[in-house]
Design a binder for this molecule. Structure first.
Ligand code: AMP
Length: 618
C-alpha cells in the first residue's frame, strides 16, 4: 500500500511522491508531471505517440473495454457501443441533455434512480462517472508505465462553471479509478499557471482565458492577486467547438455532393466517415491552404478561404461571449493583461486572428493548446506536493466536512483540500409533518455513508414551529476560520430559530488515521457510489409511498374502486422492492406507482381547481 502522508497542520504532502496533473477533457484527456530533472511541466506520452488520449470508451461484445485511440477507431464501425463526450453528461440529468440527444450516436438512458443520466452500451448501463473513471484509469496506467512507479494521487481540472454535482462526479470518477484527487482545479486557472501567471506572489493581473475545445467554448475572466485566483466571470457555449467546425464542413460536402440528411441518419458509417474526414480537413487547413481526399466514393475538397467562410459565424459567436464575460466581470478590454489560448481549436488561424483583433493585443499561445491545462495541473500538483518552495501554500482541510442527510448519507459541505478560511452553506428541510427539532450530525471523512466517517459533533435545532414536512427551511452553514476551527450554525429561516456549535476538526486525528481514511475511501469507492444510489432511490420510494397514502386518505372519495385497488397493489409492490437491494427494481416500481396515480391525480387536481373557481373548498 502506498503511503499517503499529509501534514495536518499545513495540508502539505510528502515530497517524494508523484502527483500527476490530469486534464479530463471532452474530446481528449492527458496527464502531465513536473519532470524530475528539468523541473519543467511535461505531458506524458509513449515514445513518439501523442500525449492526447481521446476521451472515448469502447465496449466490446464480450465485455472488454478499450479506451483512447484504439476506442476511437470504433466510432465508425460501432458507434452505438463507442462512447465519446462523456464529460458532457457528468453530473447531468436526462432533462439537461435531452434536447441534444441527437448529438450522441449511443443511447442515453433516463434513469432517475441516480438522478443522473446513464449510457447504454451492449446490454449494460454506464454512468458518466464510470465512463470517466475508465479514461482516468487509462491515464493512470499510462503515467505508471512511463514514470515506472505507482501513481495514486492527482489534481484534476474541470471547467470553471462546473457546479457542485459535476465537481463531485469528477471526484467520484477519480476515486473509482483508484486516484486520490487532491484538488479539483479550474481549467482556466491551470492554463494561466502553465504560462507562469500567478506564480509570482506579487502578481496582480486580470486575465482572459479563451478555451475552444472539441465540443465546448469557455471564456473566463480571472483576477489574480498575491497567488489567489478569483473567477470574475465565465461565459461560453457548452455546444460550440471544433466539432461544429467539422459539422459545418460535413454540411458543405453534403450540399456539394447532394447527400440527403435522411441518408446520413440511416447510414451511420457514412456519417462518421464524413465527420472524420472533415476533422482531417480542418487540421490540414490550420497550416495548408487546401485539402483534398477521396473517401467512400466521394471527392472531398476544401480551401482555407471556404473553411474560413464556413466557420466565421461560429467564431463570431465566441467573440460575442467574450464581450458578455467582460461586461459581467465589469472589466474593460483595455484592463486585460494577458489572453491565454487553450484548446485544440485555437490552432485555427481565423480564431487567433479574430480573438487578437477583439482584445487588441497579442495572445499567449506559445504552449501546445491541447496540453496547457494539464501542464498547469501538474504545476498545481507540484505546489501541493510542497516542492515549489517559492509558492505560498495556503492551509487546506485534510478531510471533507459535512452533515448527515436522509438514509445516513454524507452530504459534503466543505470538500477536503479546501483552502481555509472558508465557508459553505446549504438548505435542508424536515421529513415529518410538525417536526419541531432537527438533529444535525457533523462528520468528517471521504466515505459516502456517515457511519463510515468520523462523527465530530451533533446537536439539535429545537423550536421549529409546526409546519408540514418539507416546508421549514433550515440553513446549515459551516465556517472554518484561519485557525482551523469549524463552527456549524443551523437556522430555520421562517422562524429565525438558531443554534450553533464549535468543533476542532483536526483534534485527535493522527497522520496515520487521516491516511487510513483516505485509503478506505479509494478501496470502497465502487460500493460507496452504489450504496449512495440505492439510499437515494429508497428515500425517493419511501417518500412516494407516504405522499400517495396521504393523497388517498384525503381524496379517496374521488377515486374509483379499481383505481384504489390498482394503487394499493402498486404500493405493495414498491414496499416489497424497498426491502430488497435492487435499485433498478425500486426505480421501476416507483415509475409504476407514478404511472398508476398520474391519471387520477390530474383529475383530482382539475376538480379541485374548478371547485375553487366556483368558490367551494375541497
Ligand atoms: P480539445 O477538446 O481541447 O482536446 O480540442 C480538440 C479539438 O481541437 C477538436 O475539435 C480537434 O479537431 C481540434 N483540433 C486539434 N488540432 C487541430 C488543428 N491542428 N487545427 C484545428 N483544429 C484542431
Amino acid at each position: 500500500m502506498a503511503k499517503i502522508s499529509i501534514n495536518i497542520a499545513t495540508g502539505s504532502l510528502q515530497q517524494e511522491e508523484i502527483i500527476v496533473g490530469i486534464d479530463l477533457g471532452t474530446t481528449n484527456s492527458l496527464v502531465a508531471i513536473i519532470h524530475p530533472e528539468t523541473k519543467q511541466a511535461v505531458a506524458l506520452k509513449e515514445h513518439d505517440s501523442s500525449s492526447l488520449v481521446p476521451s472515448v470508451v469502447h465496449f466490446g461484445a464480450s465485455g472488454e473495454v478499450t479506451v483512447g485511440e484504439a476506442a476511437r477507431q470504433f466510432l465508425v464501425t460501432e458507434p452505438e457501443n463507442t462512447i465519446f463526450s462523456a464529460k458532457r453528461l457528468m453530473g447531468r440529468s436526462y432533462a439537461d441533455v435531452q434536447a441534444n440527444q441527437a448529438f450522441f450516436s449511443y443511447s442515453i438512458i433516463d434513469d432517475d434512480s441516480d438522478t443522473l443520466v446513464k449510457v447504454k452500451a451492449g446490454d449494460r448501463f454506464y454512468s458518466p462517472v464510470e465512463l470517466s473513471a475508465y479514461i482516468l484509469k487509462e491515464l493512470k496506467h499510462r503515467a505508471e508505465h512511463i514514470v515506472k512507479t505507482a501513481v495514486n494521487k492527482a489534481v484534476i481540472t474541470v471547467p470553471a462553471y462546473f457546479n457542485d454535482a459535476q465537481r463531485q462526479a469528477t471526484r467520484d470518477a477519480g476515486k473509482l479509478a483508484g486516484l486520490d484527487v487532491l484538488r479539483i482545479v479550474n481549467e482556466p486557472t491551470a492554463a494561466s499557471l502553465a504560462y507562469g501567471i500567478g506564480l509570482d506572489k506579487n502578481d496582480h493581473k486580470t486575465i482572459a482565458v479563451y478555451d475552444l475545445g472539441g465540443g465546448t467554448f469557455d471564456i473566463s475572466i480571472l483576477r489574480i492577486n498575491s497567488g489567489i485566483v478569483d473567477v470574475c466571470a465565465t461565459n461560453g457555449d457548452t455546444y460550440l467547438g471544433g466539432d461544429d467546425f467539422d459539422r459545418a464542413i460535413v454540411r458543405h460536402w453534403m450540399e456539394e455532393h447532394g447527400i440527403a440528411e435522411a441518408s446520413l441518419k440511416t447510414d451511420r458509417e457514412l456519417s462518421q466517415r464524413l465527420r472524420l474526414q472533415a476533422e482531417a480537413a480542418k487540421r490540414i487547413l490550420s497550416t495548408d491552404d487546401v485539402f483534398a481526399a477521396v473517401s467512400g466514393g466521394y471527392a472531398l475538397c476544401l480551401s482555407r478561404v471556404q473553411f474560413d467562410a464556413l466557420v466565421r459565424p461560429l467564431v463570431q459567436r465566441t467573440i460575442d461571449c467574450c464581450g458578455r464575460a467582460l461586461a459581467d466581470a465589469g472589466v474593460d478590454k483595455a484592463e486585460i493583461d494577458s489572453v491565454v489560448m487553450v484548446g485544440g481549436s485555437t490552432r485555427v488561424p481565423l480564431v487567433n486572428e479574430m480573438v487578437s483583433a477583439f482584445f487588441g493585443r497579442p495572445l499567449n499561445n506559445s504552449l501546445n493548446p491541447d496540453e496547457v491545462v494539464a501542464l498547469g495541473a501538474a504545476i498545481q500538483a507540484d505546489i501541493l506536493a510542497g516542492n515549489n518552495k517559492d509558492f505560498l501554500l495556503l492551509d487546506i482541510t485534510p478531510l471533507s466536512l459535512g452533515v448527515e442527510t436522509m438514509g445516513g448519507l454524507m452530504d459534503v459541505l466543505i470538500p477536503r483540500n479546501s483552502r481555509i478560511p472558508t465557508k459553505a452553506g446549504r438548505q435542508y428541510t424536515t421529513q415529518k409533518d410538525g417536526q419541531s427539532g432537527m438533529v444535525i450530525g457533523v462528520f468528517q471523512g471521504e466515505r459516502d455513508m456517515v457511519k463510515d466517517n468520523r462523527r465530530l459533533a451533533s446537536f439539535t435545532l429545537t423550536g421549529i414551529p409546526a409546519m408540514p414536512a418539507g416546508l421549514p427551511k433550515v440553513d446549515i452553514s459551516f465556517l472554518i476560520n484561519a485557525d482551523g476551527i469549524l463552527s456549524v450554525t443551523a437556522r430555520e429561516l421562517r422562524s429565525g430559530v438558531e443554534q450553533s456549535i464549535e468543533v476542532k476538526p483536526q483534534y485527535g486525528l493522527t497522520d496515520a488515521e487521516v491516511e487510513q481514511m483516505l485509503q478506505d475511501s479509494i478501496t470502497h469507492a465502487k460500493e460507496d457510489i452504489a450504496t449512495r444510489a440505492l439510499v437515494e432511490v429508497r428515500t425517493e420510494g419511501e417518500q412516494l409511498l407516504q405522499t400517495t397514502e396521504q393523497f388517498i386518505l384525503k381524496n379517496g372519495s374521488l377515486l374509483t374502486a379499481a383505481e384504489i385497488n390498482d394503487t394499493a397493489a402498486a404500493m405493495q409492490a414498491l414496499q416489497l422492492a424497498l426491502t430488497m437491494t435492487d435499485k433498478d427494481l425500486i426505480h421501476r416500481k416507483i415509475e409504476a406507482l407514478n404511472e398508476c396515480s398520474r391519471p387520477y391525480a390530474e383529475r383530482v387536481m382539475d376538480t379541485a381547481i374548478s371547485m375553487a373557481m366556483k368558490g367551494s373548498k375541497v
